[in-house]
Design a protein around this ligand. Structure first.
Ligand code: OOB
Length: 535
């Protein structure tokens, strides 16, 4: 079994020759930034301000400390931190130690964290003591008991674990890290029962970061607000914190995306840009608190992660006083941006065009044949920063990628003559709940573990605010369980809160699918259709 699928040599050579893959590692990247922007402020977290030099020094001290404690180059380390400055020193520290961060998101609980640890064989887990009212130390103890985890590093009060504050150490040479190797593992939104992990190399990711910084016109005067969870691909690299560091700008970490937290921060720090999912953009536009804060420093708000409908997109300039940039990206690679010189109509009605001239786009019908120009089909893509396979997932890779290496995005799109893509829907069994992705099969599997559940089908139902919410259709055996009981059951299985179905509907049978098929995939589609028609 292969851990990951490298690009075929002819492609790798082409990407190097084109200057996309430069041989730079994340460790080099930070060193070069620290050299160029030494005393400028890189990171703002509350009252703390770290310069580029300080971030560089902290990252190296972390790297030495992790190595001294037995983390080895190539080891996987699950990182689950809130939006705090230490996220940057930990992650760059791991990069410099040659270890691979596995980026968990704050809502993940034991079901997800155990799965990440099992798939990757992670030896360490980095958390905050508690955040958002949840104590991560107990979760860590539970996962450590059941997996190969050897170390738990805790920001704050460590309890029975190791204090992150005790990790930094001095040291000499750091291990050699190769730019063509995997640098970290991102999470896929997924559409299967088991989470999928995305291996990204230094070369491929840094290419997307540098180009994103150019497209988004970042510079030393950029002040970027991290309103989404910092470990997500969007605030990480589109252009995100890495794009901002590349350009010598400043990152401002927000502990939450709500207007009461974010608006004063924008005013205080002179924030110039930020990236959010559609429900947050709507919340900001609808907030009366807008009038109480000076938001005039904002030049652009990026919206992505889920479809931003044109009616909402049209309101941005008038209500937030800044430009809109739509971002249609995926942790697997491909990222599309509307450009600042695009006509307004293109910016409000399309989801942008790819970063690279070598992003190959195919839009195909159900048989894999390309659709005529302008028609809707599934988006397949291949390119210098799009993966060729998931991590340790050989069997799944056979269906998720074409034999010639195109990633099947599962997104239904059409292409405008300008090359911009318009997202029209989805052909994957995933629910996009305001940017948070939920694999239907994963939730169904958890429901099926309940003794009174005979069968379950999870579908997305339209929602004005989130785009979609989740509905679980359940056929019971014997005494039907109540909705609250099923929800409590799912929470008890350690599932992230955003994955708990918003609605649970008990039914006697699932609709027939016409040809008498019984696969849950067909049922899901049929139920989703029935629901849409009933609305
Ligand atoms: C971003 O990344 P992921 O990996 O959480 O989710 C990717 C999926 C896409 O395949 C698509 O289904 C959906 O999220 N999506 C959008 C969208 N942006 C993402 N659907 C409609 N309109 C959009 N603008 O979500 C992500 C990664 C990097 C940058 C931005 C978003």
């Amino acid at each position: 079994m292969n851990d990951w699928t490298p690009w075929p040599e002819e492609f790798a050579r082409r990407y190097r020759e084109a200057g996309y893959w430069t041989g730079e590692t994340f460790g080099d990247f930070l060193a070069a930034r620290a050299e160029a922007f030494a005393d400028r402020i890189a990171v703002v977290d509350g009252d703390r301000r770290w310069t580029y030099r300080e971030l560089d020094e902290r990252a190296s001290a972390m790297a030495h400390g992790f190595l001294a404690r037995g983390i080895e180059p190539g080891d996987r380390v699950v990182v689950q931190l809130p939006n705090v400055a230490e996220y940057t020193s930990v992650v760059f520290g791991l990069f410099r130690a040659g270890a691979l961060p596995v980026f968990a998101l704050p809502p993940h609980r034991s079901a997800e964290i155990s799965a990440f640890c099992e798939i990757t064989g992670a030896v360490a887990y980095v958390i905050a003591d508690s955040s958002g009212g949840f104590d991560f130390r107990a979760l860590a103890s539970e996962v450590k008991e059941a997996t190969a985890l050897e170390h738990v590093f805790v920001l704050g009060d460590p309890g029975e674990h190791t204090a992150l504050a005790d990790v930094p150490a001095a040291g000499g040479d750091l291990p050699e890290v190769r730019s063509g190797d995997v640098a970290f593992l991102q999470l896929s939104g997924g559409s299967t029962g088991i989470p999928k992990l995305i291996p990204r190399t230094h070369d491929d990711y840094l290419y997307s970061v540098r180009e994103s910084a150019v497209i988004c016109e970042l510079g030393e005067d950029t002040v970027y607000l991290v309103a989404l969870p910092v470990a997500h691909n969007f605030p990480m690299s589109s252009p995100g914190i890495l794009g901002v560091l590349h350009a010598g700008g400043r990152i401002v970490l927000a502990p939450a995306p709500s207007p009461d937290v974010v608006f004063p921060l924008i005013a205080r720090e002179g924030v110039t840009s930020t990236g959010v999912v559609p429900p947050i953009a709507l919340q900001w536009m609808n907030s009366p608190a807008r009038a109480e804060h000076d938001l005039s420093s904002l030049r652009v708000i990026q919206v992505g992660g889920a479809k931003f409908v044109p009616e909402a997109a049209r309101r941005v300039r008038a209500e937030l006083g800044c430009a809109l940039q739509q971002v249609f990206g995926m942790a697997e690679g491909l990222v599309n941006y509307t450009r600042f010189d695009d006509p307004d109509e293109v910016v409000v009605t399309s989801q942008g065009r790819p970063i690279s001239p070598d992003d190959e786009i195919r839009i195909v019908d159900g048989d894999g044949a390309e659709v005529p120009p302008g028609e809707v089909g599934e988006l397949l893509t291949r390119g210098p920063y799009t993966i060729r396979g998931y991590y340790r997932a050989d069997a799944h890779n056979l269906v998720a990628f074409t034999p010639d290496g195109f990633y099947r995005t599962g997104d239904l799109v059409r292409r405008l003559p300008t090359g911009h893509l318009v997202v029209e829907g989805r052909a994957k069994d995933q629910i996009n709940r305001g940017g948070e992705k939920i694999a239907a099969e994963e939730i169904e599997n958890h429901l099926l573990a309940h003794p009174a559940v005979h069968d379950a089908a999870v579908v997305g139902i339209p929602d004005d605010y989130l785009g979609e919410r989740t509905c679980a259709f359940v056929i019971a055996t014997g005494e039907p369980p109540t909705g609250p009981a099923l929800r409590a059951f799912l929470r008890g299985r350690g599932l992230a809160a955003y994955k708990i179905p918003d609605r649970i509907q008990l039914v006697d049978a699932f609709p027939h699918t016409g040809v008498g098929k019984t696969s849950r995939r067909d049922l899901r589609r049929a139920l989703a259709d029935t629901f849409r028609k009933a609305q």
